[in-house]
Ligand binder design. Structure first.
Ligand SMILES: [Zn+2]
Length: 105
């Protein structure tokens, strides 16, 4: 079920910032849902507002956040070059290697 959260958004180049309610989907495999406690807005966000990084508006600003993990979707990934031998595969596949997937898409 999507989560309603507040976000600082800029919708056009040099446009004003607005505080909006947006929907965040449930996390997928390898993703975490984080309850944000604080979030900084820095000079990079100013560049987004001014069109200095991209003109693909709208942008959700603020990338320096702290929070608490509220939900975590555990995944297991293997690289074929480092895949363990079949004799040990079962125990390795049971390992919660979720930290590899955090923040990746
Ligand atoms: Zn920053």
């Amino acid at each position: 079920m999507p989560h309603k959260v507040q976000a600082v958004v800029v919708r056009a180049m040099n446009g004003p910032l607005s505080l909006e309610t947006i929907l965040v989907p449930d996390p997928g495999p390898g993703e975490a849902l984080v309850d944000i406690l604080t979030c900084g807005v820095c000079h990079t966000d100013l560049h987004y507002q001014k069109g200095g990084i991209s003109d693909n508006y709208p942008f959700l600003l603020g990338h320096e956040a702290t929070g608490v993990v509220a939900e975590l979707v555990i995944t297991t990934r293997f690289c074929s070059a480092t895949r363990p031998p079949a004799s040990s595969r079962r125990s390795v596949m049971m390992s919660p290697m979720w930290w590899w997937g955090i923040g990746s898409s």
